[in-house]
Design a protein around this ligand. Structure first.
Ligand code: NCD
Ligand code: ZN
Ligand code: ZN
Length: 333
């Protein structure tokens, strides 16, 4: 039996730059019809020139594949309505990072002052530009996302017309917050549907499973699985595939990020099959995102999978993928 997925979308993706971009971009453009491209380069993508030039580099790296890079800017409270309006056709979302909370986020926001944020967030709401948020405080590592919920609530209340995407949610508390505000949505990664903190640090430390936010408790994973497997209309797939070279992961001081793009569709198919929810995968992988991001155009593309063993390569360029060297049950044919 073969399974067809129409125009799969990855609503949270890191493609990096230079050699890394050349290694990883074709792996996403082969399997997906489009992706929201994160702006946390060094320096961050925070100007029109940087955004347009990065888009060109991405398009060069993907060759002839049918794949649309949906570009984002690194949030700054100084963006004006005129500036954002001038980028309207190129800019799909803006990504907000609290300062220093994750990879390359040093230039992020150091406080959430509504009056300071208002001009930019009002302009985004008027221009139908969603705000994507890495929602963690700098508190105790297991509590950071739960502590950020009050900031999501403050943003959702003060900016009711702004679409706010809670990126890569990892907790039951975030899942429960989703339904409380009409304008809150979320992305869920593959790895947070699969692993808990035990897989990262319960035995020998697994650097290739270390990411921000850190994987949480079994009950958190259960809550994420429930809304993903039922394709709750406010959640969508966002891999947060975040490649780092092997030396940066297998190091005293491990970079945060799990590299999943080359196995994402295969393993999601297996997960949805196992739970007899295959009919919901299309909505989770594309349909919901198209209803949430009403500002994107999605190219037609179909991906076919079969239950056929696939041996995951040990390394792609300099990056070790999740399940490196292991055999997974589904293949893209
Ligand atoms: C991401 C990265 O490496 O850019 N890392 C991660 O652990 N998820 C940044 C991010 O999405 O927070
Ligand atoms: Zn993040
Ligand atoms: Zn990310």
């Amino acid at each position: 039996m073969s399974i067809t997925l129409n125009s799969p979308l990855d609503m949270h993706l890191h493609l990096r730059d230079e050699d890394m971009l050349k290694t990883v971009a074709p792996l996403s453009s082969r399997d997906f019809a489009g992706a929201i491209i994160m702006p946390n380069l060094v320096p961050p993508v925070d100007s029109k020139e940087a955004l347009l030039a990065y888009k060109e580099r991405i398009n060069a790296a993907i060759g002839n594949d049918t794949f649309t890079p949906y570009m984002t800017l690194f949030f700054k409270p100084t963006y004006t309505k005129e500036f954002l309006a001038s980028l309207k056709d190129e800019l799909v979302a803006i990504k907000l990072y609290p300062a220093g909370i994750t990879t390359n986020s040093e230039g992020g926001l150091s406080g959430f002052d509504v009056d300071e944020l208002r001009p930019t967030l009002d302009a985004m709401a008027e221009l139908n530009i969603p705000l994507c948020v890495h929602g963690e405080t700098n508190g105790f590592v297991m509590d950071r996302e739960a502590e950020f919920v009050s900031i999501y609530e403050m943003l959702a209340t003060n900016f009711p017309k702004l679409k706010i995407i809670m990126e890569h949610i990892t907790t039951k508390a975030s899942v429960e917050t989703l339904d409380k505000f009409e304008n809150l949505y979320a992305t869920i990664t593959l790895h947070h549907l699969l692993i808990t903190l035990d897989d990262v640090a319960g035995g020998m430390l697994q650097p290739h499973l270390f990411c921000k936010p850190i994987a949480k408790r079994p009950e958190d994973r259960e809550a994420l699985r429930k809304v993903a497997l039922e394709a709750h209309p406010k959640v969508m797939f966002g891999s947060d595939s975040a490649p780092h070279p092997q030396h940066a992961k297998e190091n005293c001081g491990c970079a945060a990020g799990v590299f999943t793009s080359p196995i994402a569709l295969q393993v999601l198919t297996e997960l949805f099959m196992e739970h007899s929810n295959l009919e919901n995968l299309q909505a989770f992988i594309s349909g919901n995102a198209q209803k949430i991001y009403t500002n994107i155009t999605v190219p037609t593309k179909s991906i076919t999978l079969e239950k056929k063993p696939f041996v995951v390569p040990a390394i792609y360029g300099t990056v070790i993928p999740m399940y490196a060297g292991e055999t997974i049950a589904y293949s893209i044919i």
